[in-house]
Design a protein around this ligand. Structure first.
Ligand code: GDP
Ligand code: MN
Length: 380
């Protein structure tokens, strides 16, 4: 889960990482009030979950209330790479002497954490990596050892940050590492990390990605749940706890297991169709899960047919069949459903469903047959 810049900065603040004083605003009036409170000059910043806001015109300096009002007016409602700006962050503007880059992320293949630090910040780190890879000091951190201040200090030296920034930067990096680990982030990035003209080091931007697998130990993350931007279908699926990804085709897909769901997508494509979604109902799918799955797919107006592809293993097909029957009683499905049921207790499952079969609920013996039928019914 990605945080907005202002949420990232609030997250940083919990770990003692310095940022500029400021506040969020959803209207022009609120923005002016936040600017008055932060003290001029201020910077008015579009809150969208996409980088390069500066270049896109979503970040503007204002010397007084009139300018702040003007910028707030022009940035609210702006479209930045397909993201509409509904909220601003207004903070006291910094006098920048230098822009650096700092981040922590996971180095999966090596089972370590990776710190990246550069004296060349303010531009995309990919750009630095491409044009001047030597300017990025990488630090591998063993999660069982962590990052102490001496190591951070050597790292800062290696990255050749300006002498006067080094002590503060080392201290800040230790805090950023704590934020990354204790705060359960997949990514904690500051770009730019700045040295101000009066010799202070602080975070001017914040990019934080939280590891949703850790949500169980962070009840406070509730406030970050963002329902405004997601695909409506994905929002609904998430509410119902389903593993769902919306796609642009016309065949709705329900399968048990991510591998089977992906294979189902492939087979639908192979026979000339296109999938409307990816939906893995997982093992032990009961009537509730099946009903939720059908509801979400049913809510997608692009869906013309639904392909339910179940290969029973631990999941017993007779249980799935009961689920389908119960679900059909609960949900009024617009599209014809094609079933392919195989594996554990498949015969019992098919027997249960036999009396319910019609031209709206058909069964096919193999995955390929079922895919062809679903694609035909979708009108492809
Ligand atoms: P991004 O473009 O989405 O990464 O947004 P940032 O928050 O990183 O801001 C982009 C750029 O705007 C920074 O690299 C700075 O050059 C500039 N900027 C942002 N805040 C300030 C500020 O307080 N003072 C000054 N002078 N420039 C700022
Ligand atoms: Mn930035």
């Amino acid at each position: 889960m990605d945080l907005y810049e202002y949420q990232g900065k609030q997250y940083f603040a919990r770990f003692g990482i310095p940022t500029s004083p400021g506040g969020a605003a959803d209207t022009v009036e609120e923005a002016v009030a936040q600017a008055d409170a932060a003290g001029y000059p201020v910077v008015v910043k579009a809150q969208v979950k996409v980088g390069g806001r500066g270049k896109a015109g979503g970040i503007k300096l204002a010397a007084d209330a009139e300018e702040a009002r003007h910028h707030a007016q022009s940035i609210l409602g702006m479209d930045i790479k397909g993201h509409v700006v509904h909220r601003l962050w207004v903070e006291h503007a910094s006098d920048i002497a230098k822009e650096y880059y700092a981040s922590f992320t996971l180095d999966r293949p090596n089972k370590l954490h990776l710190g990246m630090l550069s004296a060349e910040g303010g531009v995309e780190i990919e750009e630095v990596a491409a044009t001047n890879p030597g300017a990025i000091a990488r630090l591998s951190i063993d999660p069982t050892v962590g990052l102490d201040e001496e190591t951070a200090r050597r790292w800062v030296d290696e990255a050749k940050l300006d002498e006067e920034a080094r002590d503060q930067a080392a201290q800040l990096l230790v805090r950023l590492y704590r934020c990354y680990v204790e705060g359960d982030c997949d990514l904690a990035e500051i770009n730019p990390l700045i040295l101000t003209t009066d010799g202070r080091v602080h975070a001017l931007d914040a990019k934080v990605t939280l590891d949703e697998n850790a949500a169980f130990r962070h009840p406070e993350w509730e406030e970050y749940a963002d329902t405004s931007t997601d695909d409506e279908r994905e929002r609904m699926a998430k509410e119902k706890g389903l593993n769902y990804i919306g796609l642009s085709g016309s065949v709705g897909i329900i399968a048990n297991g991510a591998g089977l769901a992906m294979s189902t997508l492939d087979v639908v494509n192979q026979v000339g169709g296109s999938a409307a979604n990816f939906l893995d109902i997982g093992g032990g799918a009961n009537a509730d899960v099946m009903a939720s799955a059908l509801e979400v797919i049913n809510a997608d107006p692009a869906v013309r047919s639904i392909f339910v592809n179940i290969f029973g293993g631990i999941t017993r097909v007779d249980e799935v069949a009961k689920g389908i029957i119960e679900a059909l009683g609960r949900v009024d499905i617009r599209s014809p459903i094609v079933l392919r049921l195989d594996g554990t207790n498949a015969v019992a499952g098919r027997d249960l469903l036999a009396p319910h079969l019609s031209d709206r609920l058909v069964a096919e013996p193999t995955m390929l047959d079922a895919a062809r039928r679903a694609v035909a019914l979708a009108g492809n």
